[in-house]
Write a protein that binds this ligand. Structure first.
Ligand SMILES: *[C@@H]1O[C@H](CO)[C@@H](O)[C@H](O)[C@H]1NC(C)=O
Ligand SMILES: *[C@@H]1O[C@H](CO)[C@@H](O)[C@H](O)[C@H]1NC(C)=O
Ligand SMILES: *[C@@H]1O[C@H](CO)[C@@H](O)[C@H](O)[C@H]1NC(C)=O
Ligand SMILES: *[C@@H]1O[C@H](CO)[C@@H](O)[C@H](O)[C@H]1NC(C)=O
Ligand SMILES: *[C@@H]1O[C@H](CO)[C@@H](O)[C@H](O)[C@H]1NC(C)=O
Ligand SMILES: *[C@@H]1O[C@H](CO)[C@@H](O)[C@H](O)[C@H]1NC(C)=O
Ligand SMILES: *[C@@H]1O[C@H](CO)[C@@H](O)[C@H](O)[C@H]1NC(C)=O
Ligand SMILES: [Cu+2]
Length: 627
């Protein structure tokens, strides 16, 4: 018995030598409300883990098996966890977005994430349900690498998170300020403060003549941030998990969800401390409140007994252009695309008077059945994008094809676009106001031979970006703007990569199906829950209808605002709010958050049925599961 067991172990060790050293890293996370006051200005409920906030860092090595038992102790909200930037190769069902690759974890339920780490670098994990992570459910995820190419240069590592902070909870901000007809232009709530490591006045004690590897993560809801260290330069070595050739920078820009790692070598002298400044990108904000300090300051502390100097003002914000980075592995430009997916970004009002975000005139609505479960139950129909519903905006990709993803920004704001399941090659980014890709005149030979890769890329106002990736990772992967407000308003598409392969290789763990049961979400059927005829989408979730042609409240309001200033403008908003073409419908109910009339304390009790406008704030998510 024993010898045969040993020889079996020996044989597996021989067969899989790389697994021999792999560990299993287990986290037990009780997700629940705690109170915190990170900016010293306002104490509020935040979502913590195991009674604490900020939440823990997940750490593992390449090759490790990571297990996260996520227990939802929130009592009044569903949740789920996404491990941002991990390819989840072979485990798309562990990717996290509720309504897409799993059911929402209802209060009282537990869901086990279980995946193998195949890539090193700097990542983060966050809720992917109901636009919830800005309430605090966001933390670093660091994958250490014994083969890190710059390891000989590094003396120490420092994780530094940047984020933005609101005093109100997301449920309130969405249902009272953002997705309301009194906000027809879709102005996003502006944060109250910027945080470093989820606090203010952060001091980092450092040693002289030492090289630190800083791993900076923007875990914010909205604001991109400029970052610089007075008196020091940065040598960029990684973005979004992709090692780069060293690139020197005085200032960097990190959008929501991006990560940048750099080497920073400290000075010989300890006579002075230096300010670290992170400055929120105010061009994203429709209004700039007078009392907003959009700069946050921390310090590199050489000597605790010395002053912490006030940050100097810089004249121009001129960050390093990430498109100039070169991946360390010199991976060449993928060949000419087999498939081109082109998405035009637009913001517009629908019949409920609220402002929605669109890719090609489609604003995202979650399906009744998580998209992955439709893949697994649809048989041969799984290759037909129709079964996933019109408003999940699904594209079915064939195994191994080279996909060129073009985004044209017909909107005047910046957006950080994120693709799940891949790091893409960023092959082109236009300047702002450059118009659409077709008009750029760029041809294959103009593209870089070794393009930068990352998982989140910023597009400029009225500009375009072009990305390429190989469909070598069977799974259901969202592509979306990582400004959480735009997730709420629908700026999401879905890639379904090699569905028939998923049918052959994936088994959904019993535990995941139990979570669905507890949440009252079906695990078979097309987007409308139809298990008989997958091509019959009757009853699928739909957004509110379009406005009649020619009626553009946004345009009318803008026009009136530009003619009539100030006080008069406010009257116009009042008039607009009463306009009869606009009706509330089941919108707010459908958002499943709070009752419009009874204030934020009252919890939504209604289980919305098909055909209503459900699940907006579940973003990628079904709407069930609130007790
Ligand atoms: C940070 O420092 C500023 C200026 O000294 C102070 O006003 C603020 O209250 C401090 N914030 C926290 C959270 O300590
Ligand atoms: C849920 O509970 C928390 C903590 O008590 C509270 O702050 C929040 O407003 C509640 N309601 C909803 C709908 O999340
Ligand atoms: C995690 O997945 C591995 C590989 O599929 C499996 O062997 C292991 O039992 C799983 N662990 C848990 C706790 O689910
Ligand atoms: C910032 O927070 C992370 C954990 O979130 C911690 O590992 C790190 O040491 C902190 N950095 C500083 C400079 O305090
Ligand atoms: C923030 O920093 C920038 C760059 O130094 C400066 O121009 C701006 O005046 C600062 N704003 C505030 C509110 O301190
Ligand atoms: C979007 O809708 C507008 C107006 O209804 C139409 O002109 C345009 O062609 C549509 N675009 C796409 C990509 O369908
Ligand atoms: C996923 O795994 C497949 C099969 O092992 C491999 O060919 C592919 O390169 C992997 N994709 C990613 C994105 O790691
Ligand atoms: Cu956006």
């Amino acid at each position: 018995m024993l010898p045969s067991f040993l020889s079996c172990v020996a044989a597996s060790l021989l067969a899989l030598p790389q697994l021999a050293a792999a560990a299993t890293v287990t986290y037990d996370f009780k997700i629940g409300w705690v109170r915190a006051n990170p900016d010293g200005a306002f104490e509020r409920p935040v979502i913590g883990i195991n009674g604490k906030w900020p939440i823990p860092t997940i750490e593992a090595d390449v090759g490790d098996q990571v297990i996260v038992h996520a227990h939802n102790n929130l009592g009044n909200q569903s949740t789920s966890l996404h491990f941002h930037g991990l390819y989840m190769n072979g485990t798309t069902h562990m990717d996290g977005p509720a309504g897409v690759t799993q059911c929402p974890i209802a209060p009282g339920s537990s869901f086990t994430y279980n995946f193998t780490i195949t890539q090193p670098g700097t990542y983060w994990y966050h809720s992917h349900t109901s636009a919830q992570y800005p309430d605090g459910l966001r933390g670093p995820l660091i994958i250490h690498d014994k083969d890190f190419p710059y390891k000989d240069k590094v003396d120490e590592e420092i994780v530094l998170t940047l984020s933005d902070w609101y005093h109100d909870e997301m449920t309130y901000l969405i249902s009272k300020l953002f997705m309301v007809k009194s906000n027809p232009s879709g102005a996003e709530p502006v944060p109250k403060n910027a945080l470093m490591n989820e606090t203010m006045n952060l001091t980092i004690s450092i040693q002289p003549e030492t090289t630190y590897l800083f791993r900076v993560i923007n875990m914010g809801a909205f604001a991109g941030q400029y970052l610089w260290f007075e008196g020091h330069t940065m040598q960029i070595v990684e973005v979004d998990g992709i090692y780069t050739k060293e690139a020197e920078a005085e200032m960097i820009y990190i959008s929501a969800a991006q990560r940048v790692s750099f080497l920073l070598t400290t000075k010989k002298s300890t006579s002075e401390n230096f300010a670290i400044v992170a400055s929120m990108d105010t061009t994203l904000f429709d209004v700039l409140p007078d009392d907003l300090n959009y700069n946050s300051t921390g310090w590199l502390v050489y000597d605790k007994s010395k002053d912490l100097p006030e940050a100097a003002t810089v004249d121009t914000l001129d960050p390093f252009d990430d498109m100039k980075l070169v991946p360390y592995d010199k991976m060449e430009l993928l060949g000419e695309p087999d498939r081109i997916v082109e998405l035009d970004v637009m913001m517009d009002n629908l019949h409920d008077g609220q402002n929605y975000a669109f890719f090609n005139n489609i604003t995202y609505k979650g399906a009744d059945v998580p998209t992955l479960y439709t893949v697994l139950s649809a048989g041969d129909d799984a290759t037909n994008p129709a079964v996933y519903g019109t408003y999940t905006h699904s594209f079915v990709l064939k195994k191994g094809e080279i996909v060129q993803l073009v985004v044209n920004n017909l909107d005047s704001g910046r957006h950080p676009f994120h693709l799940h399941g891949h790091a893409f090659q960023a092959v082109y980014r236009s300047e702002e106001e450059a118009g659409i890709w077709e008009d750029s005149g760029i041809t294959e030979k103009d593209l870089p031979s070794v393009p930068m890769r990352r998982d989140t890329l910023v597009i400029y106002p009225n500009g375009n970006i072009v990305m390429r990736f190989k469909a070598d990772n069977p799974g259901v992967w969202l592509f979306h703007c990582h400004i959480e407000w735009h997730v709420v308003s629908g700026l999401i598409a879905t890639f379904i990569e090699d569905p028939l392969e998923m049918q052959k290789t994936l088994t959904i763990p019993e535990n995941h199906l139990e979570v669905c049961k507890a949440a009252g979400v079906a695990t078979k059927g097309n987007a409308a829950g139809n298990t008989e005829d997958y091509l019959d989408l009757t009853g699928e979730n739909v957004p509110p209808p379009r406005l009649p042609a020619g009626f553009t409240p946004r345009g009318i309001v803008a026009l009136v605002f530009s003619c009539v200033a100030g006080v008069l403008g406010i009257c116009v908003v009042g008039w607009y709010g009463m306009a009869s073409a606009v009706d509330d419908g089941p919108g707010l109910l459908g958002r499943g958050i709070i009752d419009t009339d009874s204030g934020p304390e009252t919890q939504e009790q209604t289980q919305t049925g098909q055909n209503e406008t459900t699940a907006t704030t579940d973003g990628p998510g079904t709407n069930a599961g609130r007790s």
